[in-house]
Ligand binder design. Structure first.
Ligand SMILES: Nc1nc2c(ncn2[C@@H]2O[C@H](COP(=O)(O)OP(=O)(O)O)[C@@H](O)[C@H]2O)c(=O)[nH]1
Ligand SMILES: [Mg+2]
Length: 324
């Protein structure tokens, strides 16, 4: 019954939000008589059968757009609870009510899954060691550079460990960032032992009283058990205070599966969702919050160092719900 999963951003947007908008538009065009029935002396309520139709259509629209099932169910049950049997005010705006309910449930879903990065790290002894995991191309290295830049601008000293010793060019890519940001990058040779790189960077940070060590890692496919073994080894050796999963918001349910795989292998503490600038709405934020249950710390919103935004549930809810 389900449509095939969307292959790209444009398709997904179309599936989710035009479906939602259409639904909302249809509501607008339905006559009040058709949608409602009297309760009590003068009041009206939405007819139960029409409400069920709305709920069903909404759930389908959410599922077709890669929103995880548990999330879609939650949103729909919130909507049902908000509208079922409720006496409607005069001049009641059904479209507005559905949209308002959506916005509230999205915000609630997201709010229970946020973390203040600076609060989290403030409790930890220096150097704070953070390991970044995720598959190739999700934006790990870029996120590390952005975070390093942000930390530095807040007066912290940072060291980066070039732990992706697997991909050609990965070490060089980090060195370029290191130079641009004037941040020390600890590296070994291509193909070397990533755990040893992390170890060296941490020793270096301890000796020089640096505040943060950010460990980059390799990211072939999450199904590659060698990769997960490597992640476990780095974790064992570096004993990071936090493990951050970096996920590409364009990757939909694949991203959720990746997060699960890394979480099973090494345990993740928080999430950075990247490429939100290219993902017009960001349904993936909802899905990861609800399915993997790990808080989102930051969003990547572009390719510049400054394009790292603290995750804000209200902002995200607005973006998800607003029809544009
Ligand atoms: N538009 C956009 N592109 C990003 C973002 N984060 C990373 N990228 C791009 O995604 C590509 C892969 O990033 P990289 O950090 O090398 O990924 P890694 O393989 O996980 O280390 C690069 O071209 C980045 O410039 C983001 O938030 N928005
Ligand atoms: Mg990388």
């Amino acid at each position: 019954m389900r449509k095939r999963p969307a292959r790209n951003r444009a398709e997904r947007d179309e599936q989710m939000f035009t479906a939602l908008k259409k639904k909302l538009g249809l509501l607008k065009n339905s006559s009040v008589e058709e949608m409602t029935e009297p309760i009590g002396d003068q009041g009206k309520k939405i007819r139960d059968d029409r409400l069920e139709e709305i709920c069903w259509d909404l759930e389908m629209a959410l599922l077709e757009s890669d929103v995880a099932e548990t999330v879609a169910e939650q949103i729909v049950s919130d909507l049902r609870e908000n509208l079922k049997g409720k006496k409607l005010a005069r001049g009641f705006d059904l479209e507005g009510a559905v949209e308002g309910s959506l916005r509230d449930s999205v915000r609630n879903l997201l709010s229970s899954h946020t973390v203040d990065f600076y609060d989290a790290v403030s409790a930890v002894e220096r150097p704070v060691v953070i390991m970044f995991v995720g598959i190739n191309g999700t934006g790990k290295t870029t996120a590390i550079a952005k975070l390093a830049s942000m930390l530095k601008s807040r007066g912290n000293t940072v060291i980066i460990a070039a732990g992706d010793t697997f991909r050609a060019g990965a070490i060089e890519q980090l060195k370029v960032h290191g130079e641009a940001l004037d941040i020390r990058v600890v590296s070994h040779e291509h193909g070397g032992d990533a755990a040893a790189v992390a170890f060296d960077a941490i020793e270096h940070a301890k000796a020089r009283h640096r505040d943060f060590v950010l460990i980059d890692t390799a990211g072939r496919m999450q199904t590659n058990s060698n990769l997960m073994d490597e992640m476990k080894k780095i974790k064992r050796v570096a004993d990071p205070d936090f493990i951050v999963f970096v996920g590409d918001s364009l990757a939909g349910n694949d991203m959720i599966e990746q997060a699960r795989a890394f979480n099973d292998a090494v345990g993740i503490d928080m999430v950075i969702l990247t490429k939100i600038d290219a993902d017009a709405k960001g349904g993936s934020a909802l899905s990861i919050a609800k399915t993997v249950g790990k808080p989102i710390a930051f969003l990547g919103t572009g390719q510049r160092y400054a394009d790292l935004m603290k995750f804000d549930p209200a902002w995200m809810a607005e973006r998800l719900v607003s029809a544009n």
